[in-house]
Design a binder for this molecule. Structure first.
Ligand code: SF4
Length: 357
């Protein structure tokens, strides 16, 4: 969405006048990313890029707390270049080069911290073609330069007309450029139905069906291809949202099985989430700086009916007012995860399998 400023103002004020949390979008002027702390001249056009789904506009808000005080810097915190992003929790402006470097450093640190990758691993990357998997593909390709492991892309078409088609095409092109083998699977071929067909049968909460059916394909195909890990593009926002959803739905056991199955079984291929410590906004900006195209009008038509959608919106507003909120929720999630996991281990549960399993 492009908008012309009605007067000279800070971009954060423009966003708040429109009722859009800065956490939900990023901005560009003349196709260059600009931090929300920058000012815009009267009549100058600003492109507001929604990196996920278009959020409903809420009522205008005054910039509060941190954003009220945040001052624009014409220079990156590490060099003289023009900044493209402002990190409110660190009160830091960064240029494209230093932002990318910081991003990759943080992903590497996460990979080390959680012992996600080893030399010689055979990894399947869940590549939807969206910004998260796009950023994941790039960072894992970088990591591979110093830690050799095999990588193939697994792309799943849920059968949602007008939504996934373009993303799959983007994913195919990017795999070709990076020389990565891509396997594409469809719900229709693997499950005999599509998400749209399930929706037509009057089923509600389609995301629940979609998630289960997608995970099943990823696990089965990873086993068939002899992979020992599946990398997912979940970011910090996904972790914080999942934590809140588990609380809202009173499903504490789900805390324990976020990374791995509740009960260990050789039939479940472990999943890794290298972007889990990075805000969705930064993942989106990183993908944008690597040429990922955003299309505000193109989003899954079923997303807004899910509870996750409302949680996402609330967390974005909270992060806007209290930078660091998502990170703190994710830390609590890690602590709770350990407690629940230890208590499950004590019960020594066994997993029964059927003939079909
Ligand atoms: Fe599937 Fe829901 Fe994602 Fe749409 S928003 S692709 S239905 S999980």
């Amino acid at each position: 969405m492009k908008i012309a400023a009605s007067s000279e103002m800070r971009l954060i004020e423009l966003l708040h006048d429109l009722g859009i949390p800065a956490e939900a979008v990023f901005l560009s002027i003349d196709e260059k990313l600009v931090p929300e702390t920058a000012s815009v001249q009267k009549g100058q056009e600003v492109e507001i890029i929604y990196y996920k789904h278009v959020p409903p506009l809420s009522s205008p808000q005054e910039p509060r707390g941190h954003w009220k005080r945040a001052e624009y810097s014409k220079e990156c915190a590490h060099c003289k270049s023009t900044p493209v992003i402002y990190l409110p929790y660190a009160n830091q402006h960064l240029c494209s080069k230093h932002f990318k470097e910081l991003f990759e450093k943080r992903v590497k640190r996460t990979v080390r911290e959680y012992h996600m990758l080893n030399k010689g691993d055979n990894v399947g990357i869940a590549l939807s073609g969206g910004k998260d998997s796009y950023a994941l593909l790039h960072t894992l390709s970088k990591i591979r330069e110093s830690l050799p492991f095999e990588m193939v892309a697994l792309t799943i078409d849920e059968g949602i007309p007008g939504y996934r088609d373009k993303a799959i095409e983007n994913a195919r092109k990017r795999c070709e450029e990076l020389g990565i083998t891509q396997h594409v699977y469809t719900f229709k071929e693997e499950h005999g139905t599509t998400i749209s067909e399930i929706g037509k049968k009057g089923k509600e909460n389609l995301c629940s069906y979609c998630g289960v059916l997608r995970r099943k394909i990823l696990n089965t195909k990873a086993r068939e291809l002899g992979l020992n890990k599946v990398a997912i593009g979940h970011n910090l926002d996904d972790v914080a949202q999942t934590a809140m959803l588990n609380l809202i739905r009173n499903e504490p056991l789900r805390f324990a099985r976020f990374n791995e199955p509740l009960i260990e079984n050789e039939k479940f291929i472990p999943r890794i989430r290298p972007l889990r410590n990075i805000r969705e906004k930064e993942v989106a900006a990183y993908a944008f700086l690597h040429g990922h195209q955003y299309n505000s009008g193109c989003c899954c038509p079923h997303a807004t009916s899910a509870l996750r959608w409302s949680v996402r919106h609330e967390l974005n507003s909270l992060e806007d007012q209290y930078p660091g909120t998502k990170s703190k929720i994710a830390s609590s999630f890690n602590t709770l995860q350990k407690i629940v996991k230890d208590s499950v281990k004590e019960k020594n549960l066994k997993l029964n399998s059927s003939k079909e399993c």
